[in-house]
Structure formats: C-alpha cells, structure tokens
Design a protein around this ligand. Structure first.
Ligand SMILES: [Ca+2]
Ligand SMILES: [Ca+2]
Ligand SMILES: [Ca+2]
Ligand SMILES: [Ca+2]
Ligand SMILES: [Zn+2]
Length: 696
C-alpha cells in the first residue's frame, strides 16, 4: 500500500492544482517533492512506514499521556500577520482539546462513529526553555521583508527571511506566516526533514479557536493546525490521497474507505466506496471540511500518532523544553490591559502589566507602543521593582480610528536574558453601530460574526455554532455543558453594537431550546444585558432561569438535540433603549440544571415582523427580586388597551392595572405580597397570556 502511494504523484498534483480555491493542505505535495529530491531516502521512508504498520498491528494499547513542547515562530510582514498572543493561546487550547477529545463539538460526531472516536492522549505545552536552555515564552516573533512563503521551507531559515527551527529532537516547531497561493498549511511527516526544518507551517489567518477566531473567513477555528500536526505525527489524509478512487488508504483500520476529500459542511451520511450506511468520515480532522464541521480522531489514528511519538519521534519523550529555567535579568510583559475590543471611537489609555522574573531589582525600563505599522512611541519608566514583584504602568493615550488594529507593546531592559516575553500583541476593533432591522440565523460560515465576541472566562465549554439543531437553516448558536461542568459558570456572547434609533419600537426576539436536567439542583439561567456606554456598564433586560428557561425535560447523559416542538420564541422589548444609537447586547448563560442551550433566528425588528401571525399577547417577566419588585414587558401586534392582573395560587386577584400601547415595559412594587407562587396575566381583548411567578 505504501508503494501504491508513490505511483500517485500525478493524481496528487492534479488534485492539488485542480482545486483553485483555498489550498487546505500542502503536506502530500511537500512529501512527494522531498521523496523526489531524496530518492535514496525513499526506501528508508517506506520501510519506516511499513514498520509502523507492523508495530501498530502487534500492539494496540494506548500509552499514557505524552507531552510535546511547542514553539511558535510568528514570521510576519504586516501587522495583521503578527498574530495576537491571546489568539495563539486559544489555538494551543484547540490543539489540546482536539488531541484529547475535549473539543466541545465532539458532541456533533455522528453516533455511528462515536465508537471509534478517541483521545490521542497527546498534550502540547508552550516551551519554557529554548535550545540553549535559556528561558523563553515559547512564542518567537520575527518581522520579515518576505511577503509570502512557499512550501520551499524559506520560513524555516534565517537566510531566507524566516525563523530558524529548533531541534526536532526537543520541540514541535510551528511556523505561522503568510503562505503563497491561499495555501493554509503543510507539515513534515516523521523522518522526512532535517533537524531544524521539521515541523508544521500554517497560515496566520487560520490561527484561533471558538472564543478567539482567526481572520480567515471559514478556516478560522484552529483546525488547520490540528490537521497539520496530525500529519507531523504520521497521519495520512482520510481518503487515501488516491485521486478520488477507492484504491488508496490512510493505513488506519477504523476509518471508512473514502473516495475523495470533502469541502464545506457535508450532510451525514455521505456515501462513497460502498461504505454505506454510515458513509465517509468527512468530519475527521484529516479531511478538508470547514473547521466547524470537523470533530474527530479515531482510535486507529490515535495509535498511529502515539506510535510516531514513541518511535520515529521518541527523542521528544525526554525533552526538557517545558521545564522552567531562569536568567539573572528578565522583565516580563504579562499583559496589556484597557485595550479590550472597543466599539466606540476615541482615545484609549492602555496599561502594561510587568513582572520582574530576574534576581535583582529593576529601576528603569523603556516601553515601546506601536499601533499597526505606525511609528512606535517610547516611554521611560523609573522606579523600584524587586525580584518577583509585578507592577501596572499606564502608557500614553492613543487615538484609535474605526477599523481593526493591532497594538504592539514591548518593554526593554538592558541585559534582559529572555526577550521573548517582552512583547504582547493585541487586537483592537473600533466599529460603528448596525442599523435595524437586524437578523442572524447562524448560517453564515463565520462565527462569531464580525464584531461579535465570545467571552469564556473559565476557558472551558462555551458558545459555539452547531449543526446539531436549528429553527431555520441548519445551524444555531449552542452552549453545551458536559455533566462534569460545575454550576455557576458564566459565558457571554456579545453582539455587534446596534443603532436602536433606527426603529421606533424595536423588539429583540430569538428562538430558544434548552433541556431541563432534574439531577442538578442549581438553576441554569439566560440573561440578556444591554450597554449604552460602549460596554463600560451593562444592565439586565431579560432573565429566564430554571424551569422558566427550559423547553424540554430529559436526561443529560446525552447531548440534547431539540425537535421542532422543543423550541420556544422569547422576546424582549427594546423600546426603552430606542434613543441610543450605540447599544451593545449580551447573552449571558450561567450553567446549572441544563446540559445544552440552543439559540437561533435572532431578530431585532418591529413587532409585526417578529410575530407576523401570532396571537396578540407576548409577555416577558424578568427581574423578580427578593424585594417585591417585578419588571415585565408586554408586546402586542397593535396599539390597544390591555390589563395586567396578578392572582395568587387560590385564584384570588391580588393586583390589577390597565395600560395602553403595543410595547410596554413597567416595574411593579409588590412589597405587600407574601412569598409564594403567583400568576401574572395579560389580557388584551380576547387574547390573554399567563406567566407563573415565584416571589421570594
Ligand atoms: Ca480514496
Ligand atoms: Ca524578558
Ligand atoms: Ca439557523
Ligand atoms: Ca465557559
Ligand atoms: Zn493534509
């Protein structure tokens, strides 16, 4: 079967050039080039492949977790290519999740393939010491005059404008750069590259993950690196690189025989090579599908990768690359704060958080601040920073115009023995507000949408886009909290700013589906918050918690996938905010007695559009506090008189008030009522709607 691949060069080249769009992966082409240039090594390569197959056949035991030190070489020509630190850290999380089957979207693996899904038990750690045993941040940034790099390995050599690789016996090199011809990445298979030319090259545009997506329109969830590291660990494309036939193989027993690669988001099942009923494993990381359609390595692939680490890459097992080391003089720039994504134009005043990681006291430092490709401005700091101490230093104010910007902050100390931790790159976005009406069906390939944010403080489960269920199209916004997720975890999806002055009576509506899990006592909650001051402060405009939030009951042992009847439309009256031209809305979900939440068909529009043919009355009750205060909003299709009544459990009317309008918000003081269950009823003509309340 190895020989068979060597006859396939023409097919490979054909498929490589036939696909004129984005080139997902150049690894096979790179391998064939290398074999052609090194014919004497072809036999050794084929032998090693055959031996790997024999080893795996004779021992199918997974070994304990293997940890591989990683160094990122960011080789950039433009500010955008100099990938921000938080996006690199998010990418590292993606790798660690994908290689340990901790990826949240593993829940999307079609059930017939769950039995072969597996954790590869491989961890990736950011290098803490360089090849000379000097401390490092594991992120090397190098500006280059080279505008784009090819598969000729120029990015791996200083002489050709790249960054020299670190020894493959101790590190996984990951070069991040601009690649020629829309190529997304390529890797060196085990045994095919010289010591410092070994590793993975990926386009800067692909670096990121669910809560910090890359700039590429579709391949932006970090799966390019997952795919390429798979090659680096000896995986072959799942369709066998056989030009669309059924004769090739990936030398893995538990992946189906598959004709050719898939792009986009195929539907399950997709049959080829008589592999019915389950068809192609197009959601495998070694296919070419969109990042958000990929979610699985198999047990067979995991064995093959572990075999590579334990044999052809065994030197890595004793690498000290992730062991701490120190140097006498070392200031570290830990963070740059007050530059979080900013939605309103104006000045920002960033601050640098520094730490003295050296042995002596620091008395003088120079900060350099650079926005995009503008000239850097310097600022000197003097003071006394003793060993181990941290300090926050205010930098000079900056004017940031509309658009996406990259802020480079660096610190210089004379004699610093570790300059790799002296620089932080941040992304800043300044944007105008979107006019109404607005709708979001989560079908567009890019999620989060431009100028949206996903805030995932615990760095665990978070909001993602899912194809598991939808109310329109095939995708929706999804939060999945596995059983082991503690209650009380908060995650936020922040929408782009809206100009609410563009509609007289704006209403926010969305379809929601949420499973109630009775085995958990703490209530899950969904809140909507609004900011009218550019995100400085937020106030709550909607809350549903516990049974009021859930739309279905059942066990949480499997991921909840709602059917049509399990969706509910919720709405919030935004009339009170219609004088603000820059309103930022947030969905805030707090984990509790629900394992999955879906949101779809988000609209901000007029009432008649949102409820085109519904009965008149739509009620939201929120903010029930311990102090007898009740906030509600009532939405009606036209301006009419209506009445609010509150009844106790015995059916006695305890409150009544009349209103007029189509969209009304009010706050009631109900201190006279005892704690207990009540029914809030809105009546308009022949229509009425009741909501159950609980006063504490
Ligand atoms: Ca095939
Ligand atoms: Ca330093
Ligand atoms: Ca949808
Ligand atoms: Ca989270
Ligand atoms: Zn590939």
């Amino acid at each position: 079967m190895f020989l068979r691949r060597t006859f396939l060069i023409c097919f490979l080249l054909f498929s490589y050039f036939a696909n004129a769009q984005t080139e997902r992966c150049g690894t096979q082409v790179y391998l064939e080039q290398w074999l052609a240039e090194n014919p004497q090594l072809r036999k050794a390569y084929d032998n090693e492949q055959a031996m790997a197959a024999a080893r795996i056949e004779n021992s199918n035991a997974m070994t304990a977790t293997i940890t591989i030190p990683v160094v990122f070489h960011v080789v950039y020509n433009t500010a955008e290519q100099n990938v921000p630190d938080d996006r690199i850290m998010e990418q590292l999380d993606v790798l660690n999740n994908d290689y340990n089957r901790l990826n949240q979207d593993g829940q999307s693996t079609p059930s017939p393939f769950l039995g072969v899904s597996a954790a590869a038990n491989i961890q990736f750690c950011l290098a803490k010491r360089d090849p000379n045993n000097k401390p490092t941040s594991g992120i090397i940034r190098k500006q280059t005059t080279v505008q784009s790099f090819s598969t000729g390995d120029e990015v791996k050599k200083t002489a050709t404008g790249g960054s020299k690789g670190w020894s493959k016996s101790k590190y996984l090199n990951i070069w991040i750069c601009n690649l020629t011809g829309n190529l997304l990445g390529y890797a060196t298979m085990p045994g095919t590259a010289n010591d410092t030319l070994d590793g993975v090259v990926v386009s800067y545009s692909t670096i990121g993950g669910p809560d910090n997506v890359g700039v590429h329109p579709t391949y932006n969830l970090g799966r390019t690196l997952t795919h390429e590291v798979g090659h680096w660990l000896n995986l072959i494309h799942i369709w066998g690189d056989d030009g669309g036939t059924c004769t090739g193989t990936d030398d893995v027993a538990d992946t189906p025989n598959q004709a050719s690669e898939h792009f986009g988001t195929p539907n399950f099942p997709t049959i080829s090579c008589s592999n019915n009923p389950d068809g192609d494993m197009f959601m495998n990381f070694l296919d070419y599908t969109d990042d958000y359609a990929m979610n699985i390595f198999t047990a067979g692939q995991s064995l093959r990768m572990q075999d590579a680490v334990n044999n052809s890459r065994a030197a890595l097992l004793t690498s000290k690359g992730c062991m701490d080391t120190t140097t006498a003089i070392d200031v570290a720039l830990l963070n740059v704060i007050n530059v979080e994504t900013i939605y309103c134009q104006g000045n920002i005043t960033p601050s640098a958080v520094i730490k003295n990681k050296g042995a002596g006291t620091i008395s003088s430092l120079t900060f350099s601040v650079k926005l995009d490709d503008n000239t850097a401005t310097n600022k000197t700091w003097t003071g006394s920073l003793v060993a181990g101490a941290t300090a926050t230093v205010a930098l000079d104010p900056l004017t940031v115009p509309t658009g996406t910007h990259y802020l480079n902050v660096s610190v210089t100390q004379s004699g610093d023995g570790n300059v790799s931790n002296n620089i932080i790159v941040k992304r800043i976005t300044v944007t105008g507000a979107t006019a109404l009406p607005y709708s979001q069906d989560f079908e567009a390939k890019r999620f989060p949408a431009d100028n949206w944010l996903v805030l995932n403080a615990d760095n665990d489960a978070t909001f993602m886009r899912s194809r598991l269920a939808s109310i329109n199209g095939s995708s929706s916004l999804w939060f999945y909290a596995p059983l082991q997720t503690p209650a009380g975890r908060k995650d936020i999806v922040q929408l782009e700013p809206f100009d609410l002055t563009t509609l007289a009576e704006p209403v926010l509506a969305f379809d929601v589906a949420c499973l109630n899990d009775n085995s958990i006592s703490t209530s899950a909650s969904l809140k909507i918050l609004a900011s009218t001051d550019c995100g400085s402060t937020f106030s709550e405009i909607f809350e549903k918690t516990g049974s009021a939030l859930t739309t279905a009951e059942g066990s949480a042992s499997n991921v909840f996938v709602p059917v049509a009847e399990q969706w509910r439309k919720d709405s919030v009256n935004l009339k009170a905010l219609n004088s603000f031209n820059n309103v930022i809305l947030r969905f805030e979900y707090t984990t509790g007695n629900a394992n999955a939440l879906f949101i779809d068909n988000l609209q901000i529009d007029r009432l008649g559009v949102i409820y085109p043919d519904a009965s008149n009355v739509n009620v939201s009750v929120y903010g029930q506090s311990a102090y007898g205060v009740l906030d509600f909003s009532v939405l009606l299709l036209k301006t009419v008189d209506f009445k609010v009544d509150i009844f106790d459990v015995a059916g006695r009317k305890v409150f009544s008030k009349s209103y007029s309008g189509s969209a009304v918000c009010d706050r009631l003081s109900l201190h006279q009522l005892n704690a207990g269950v009540y029914f809030f009823r809105v009546t308009s003509g022949k229509d009425s709607k009741s909501v159950k309340l609980f006063f504490r």
